[in-house]
Design a protein around this ligand. Structure first.
Ligand code: VGL
Ligand code: ZN
Length: 242
């Protein structure tokens, strides 16, 4: 676990939220047990990182209908996260701040890609934004998370795994424990929300304003004046349709 003093966030940090999509949640095509329980925790992290002017990335598994990972093509998984379907949409409970970068992965029918850094262009984007440290949470520990963490370490990022914001599949018992061990052995460190320094006091918290149709779902949080930036209040990104 990390010391609080090492967890002061800034613009060199990125939060990567992986695959909080309907199909990976209870009721979905490939549900991760208790996957929904991490969503409120991830929302808290998103607020914290937004206030710190850190970069926020949300990945989505985004498969073509004939993806090689599906059983019909001889793969291990039932069809899931087929692009532009309801199952591939982010959970409505996930509150993504305005400015969140959405990254689609495993879009090539011929190739599995669990890592958010595999063929997505994200490495280049993070590097050119001056990001040196990534914090990662989401689904699933034993696939997306572990593979993303290993890639991130190879690419030279410091990596913090948000241990209270991940859940795994455990196709074989012990897969999640093995993934955690692999990540730490490769230099990732674990942390939890309570280890982070207190966030700035919010001066004007309002309820989210939900708008149907093509308008964004907006969350207004006014940052403290001293930390105000041009982009202004906390807003939730618009969701993809379809
Ligand atoms: C994933 C199973 C199937 C993941 C993707 O990214 O964690 N897991 N497809
Ligand atoms: Zn997949």
């Amino acid at each position: 676990m990390m010391k609080t003093s090492d967890l002061i966030l800034g613009s060199q940090d990125a939060l990567i939220i992986t695959d909080i999509q309907n199909d990976f949640l209870p009721g979905g095509a490939l549900p991760v047990k208790d996957g929904d329980l991490i969503i409120p925790v991830i929302n808290e992290y998103a607020k914290l990182f937004y206030q710190a002017n850190a970069k926020i990335v949300a990945s989505r598994d985004w498969h073509p209908l004939n993806h090689m990972s599906f059983t019909a093509q001889g793969g291990p998984w039932p069809p899931h996260c087929v692009k532009e379907t309801k199952g591939a949409q982010f959970s409505l409970d996930l509150k993504l701040p305005e400015g969140t970068e959405v990254v689609s992965k495993a879009t090539d029918p011929e190739k599995e890609a669990y890592s958010v850094l595999d063929g997505t262009g994200l490495n280049e984007k993070l590097k050119s934004a001056g990001i040196t440290r990534i914090f990662i949470g989401g689904l699933a520990t034993d696939y997306c998370i572990v593979n993303s963490v290993l890639d991130a370490r190879k690419l030279g990022f410091d990596v913090v795994v948000l241990a209270d914001a991940i859940r795994g599949i455990n196709v074989n018992p012990g897969d999640v424990d093995k993934a955690l061990e692999t990540m730490t052995q490769n230099g990732a460190v674990m942390s939890t929300l309570d280890a982070f320094p207190e966030p700035e006091t919010l001066t004007g918290v309002e309820s989210p304003v939900e708008v149907t149709g093509d308008k964004p779902l907006v969350q207004h949080y006014v940052k403290k004046k001293a930390r105000m930036r041009a982009r202004g209040s906390y807003k939730q990104v618009r969701r993809e349709r379809g």
